[in-house]
Design a protein around this ligand. Structure first.
Ligand SMILES: Cc1cc2nc3c(=O)[nH]c(=O)nc-3n(C[C@H](O)[C@H](O)[C@H](O)COP(=O)(O)OP(=O)(O)OC[C@H]3O[C@@H](n4cnc5c(N)ncnc54)[C@H](O)[C@@H]3O)c2cc1C
Length: 460
C-alpha cells in the first residue's frame, strides 16, 4: 500500500465534502490520535483525522481514501494494546468516537449501538431496563463497542459468559469501496446466506469499518459470592484453577502474581498481602444455594493446591474491592516503566507449565514480567516491563516478548486470546497459522479490499 499512496492527497476535497469540524488537520489535535495504548514508538503522522458522526461520513471518507489511495487507520477509543489503532504515515485516521447512539429494545432484548459508544455506557443503558451486556474487558469504562467487536474482546466474565462475538447479532459495515452492508439484525436466529457477520467480528478493522452494532442482551445475573485465595507460588494457584476445571463453573476466576499484587499496592493501598506469591479471585453467581456449593468446591481446590489463606464472602462491597484490585493491575504495572502487553491463551491444563516457562524467560532475558490472568480461560497477561529510553533493555524486552509467544504455541495455545494480532504479533502469526490458512486469510482480505487501504500493517 505504501508504494501507491498519492503524494499530497487533496484533503481540502474531503474537508468540503463533510460538515465543519469533522475533518481535522491541526497538528496539536492530530497528535492525540497517532498512538493507541500500546504507545508504539514508530507511530506515523496522519494527513487528517476524520471524526465521523454518521455512517454516511464514514462512506465519504473511505471513498475519498480509495480514490486517492490513502491508507485508513480505523480507531474506536484507542485502547488497543497490540498497536491495532496506531497511525501509519500519510493515513486518514478515521475515528468513530462521535458515533455514540444507544437504543435499547427491552422486548427483543437488544441494544442498537453506534461503534463509538463505550462498553460501560451500553452496560448502563441495558441496566436501566433490568438487562445486562456481559462482555467486560478490563477497559470497559474506556473502550468502544466498535473496538470491542473489531477485536472480539474478552474480559473477566468470559469464563462463564463468553466473548464479544457471542453477543453480536448484527452489524452495519462500510466496505473498502465505500458501500454499506448490513449483516444479521434484530432476530436471535438468522441463517440466511453465508455467516459473513462473524467474519467481521475480530477482523481488526482490516475488512471494513463497523458503523452500527446490534447487541444481544440478557437478564441481570444473580448476585455473586467471592472467593479469595493466596498461594506461595503462581504455579500453585494455577494448579487450583486446573483442579476446578471439571468440577465447577465460576463466573470469574482471575490470577495475580506477586509482582502484580505489589504493583497494585504501590499504586493504591488496597490491603492485599504483599508477601504472597499469588492471589486467586473467583466468583460464583449460581442461583440460591448452588452459589455456596460452588464456592465450597473452589475453596477445596485451593486448599488441595496448597493455598496459604482462603476465604469466601457474600458481601458485594468486599467482593467488588478485590475485583477493582484485579482491574487496577494493568495501569499499576504501567507506572513501573514502558510495558509490552501480551495476551496469550493456553489450554487450561497447561497453565502451570506456561507460568513456569514465563518465569524462566524473565530470568533468561533479565526482565521483569508481572503476570496476571483470566485464569479460568487459560488467558495470561504477561507484561514485559523495561525502562523508557533504555534501548538495550527494550531489545531484551522484545526478545522476551517473542519468547512468551512461543510458549503459547508450545503449550498448544494461541499468541492472542483477546487483544488481537495488531502490529505487535504479526511475525508470530506466521508461526501459529499454517501457510494454507494464511493464504485463505489473504485472499479474503484482498477480495474485500483489493487496494489494501484498510489498516495496512495490522494482522500481516
Ligand atoms: C487497561 C486496559 C485493560 C484492557 N483489558 C482488556 C481485556 O480484559 N480484554 C480485552 O479483550 N481487551 C482488553 N484491553 C484491550 C482493548 O481495550 C480492547 O482491545 C478493546 O476492544 C479496544 O477497543 P477500542 O475502542 O479502544 O479500539 P481501538 O484501540 O481504537 O481499536 C482496536 C482495533 O479495532 C479496530 N477498530 C476500532 N473501531 C473499529 C470500527 N468501528 N470498525 C472496524 N474496526 C475498528 C482498530 O482499527 C484496531 O485494529 C485492555 C486495554 C486496556 C488499556
Amino acid at each position: 500500500m505504501e508504494d501507491t499512496v498519492a503524494q499530497g492527497a487533496p484533503v481540502e476535497l474531503l474537508r468540503t465534502a463533510l460538515p465543519d469540524g469533522v475533518v481535522v488537520t491541526d497538528p496539536a489535535v492530530v497528535e492525540g490520535y497517532r498512538h493507541d495504548w500500546s504507545r508504539l514508538p514508530d507511530a506515523g503522522w496522519p494527513v487528517a483525522v476524520v471524526r465521523a458522526e454518521s455512517a454516511a461520513h464514514v462512506q465519504t471518507a473511505v471513498r475519498w481514501a480509495a480514490e486517492h489511495r490513502v491508507p485508513v487507520t480505523v480507531r474506536g477509543a484507542g485502547t488497543s494494546l497490540a498497536g491495532g489503532a496506531t497511525a501509519v504515515d500519510g493515513c486518514l485516521l478515521l475515528s468513530t468516537e462521535r458515533m455514540t447512539a444507544i437504543e435499547i429494545d427491552p422486548v427483543d432484548r437488544t441494544a442498537v449501538v453506534g461503534p463509538g459508544a463505550l462498553n460501560a455506557a451500553v452496560k448502563d443503558a441495558a441496566a436501566a431496563h433490568g438487562l445486562w451486556y456481559p462482555p467486560d474487558p478490563g477497559s470497559f469504562r474506556i473502550s468502544s463497542i466498535g473496538g470491542n467487536v473489531a477485536t472480539n474482546a474478552g474480559g473477566i466474565c468470559c469464563v462463564k459468559y463468553g466473548v464479544t462475538t457471542d453477543y453480536v447479532q448484527g452489524i452495519d459495515v462500510v466496505l473498502a469501496d465505500g458501500r454499506l452492508i448490513t449483516l444479521g439484525g434484530r432476530t436471535v436466529k438468522d441463517v440466511a446466506g453465508l455467516p459473513l457477520l462473524k467474519l467481521f467480528v475480530g477482523s481488526e478493522g482490516t475488512l471494513g469499518v463497523i458503523t452500527r452494532v446490534v447487541l444481544r442482551l440478557v437478564p441481570q445475573p444473580h448476585p455473586a459470592g467471592t472467593l479469595v485465595a493466596y498461594f506461595d507460588t503462581p504455579r500453585d494457584a494455577a494448579r487450583a484453577v486446573v483442579a476446578m476445571g471439571s468440577r465447577v463453573r465460576p463466573s470469574m476466576l482471575e490470577l495475580m502474581d506477586s509482582a502484580s499484587i505489589n504493583a497494585v499496592e504501590d499504586l493504591r493501598a488496597m490491603g492485599l498481602d504483599r508477601d504472597a506469591g499469588a492471589l486467586l479471585v473467583g466468583q460464583s453467581d449460581a442461583p440460591g444455594g448452588a452459589r455456596a456449593g460452588e464456592l465450597a468446591v473452589m475453596t477445596e481446590c485451593c486448599e488441595a493446591a496448597g493455598a496459604t489463606t482462603v476465604f469466601a464472602t457474600d458481601d458485594p462491597v468486599e467482593g467488588d474491592l478485590f475485583l477493582e484490585a484485579r482491574r487496577a493491575v494493568g495501569p499499576a504495572i504501567e507506572v513501573r516503566g514502558a510495558a509490552l502487553h501480551e495476551d496469550i491463551c493456553v489450554p487450561v491444563h497447561q497453565l502451570p507449565t506456561a507460568m513456569a516457562r514465563i518465569e524462566e524467560i524473565a530470568a533468561t532475558f533479565q526482565v521483569e514480567i508481572p503476570v496476571f490472568a483470566h485464569a479460568g480461560d487459560g488467558n495470561l497477561h504477561p507484561v514485559i516491563v523495561h525502562r523508557p529510553g533504555d534501548e538495550e533493555g527494550r531489545a531484551r524486552a522484545l526478545q522476551a516478548f517473542d519468547a512468551v509467544l512461543q510458549v503459547a504455541l508450545e503449550c498448544g495455545g494461541t499468541i492472542t486470546g483477546e487483544h488481537g494480532v495488531g502490529r505487535t504479533k504479526r511475525a508470530a502469526l506466521l508461526d501459529q497459522l499454517d501457510a494454507d490458512v494464511m493464504d485463505v486469510g489473504r485472499r479474503v482480505r484482498s477480495a474485500l479490499d483489493p487496494l489494501g487501504i484498510l489498516n495496512p500493517g495490522v494482522l500481516w
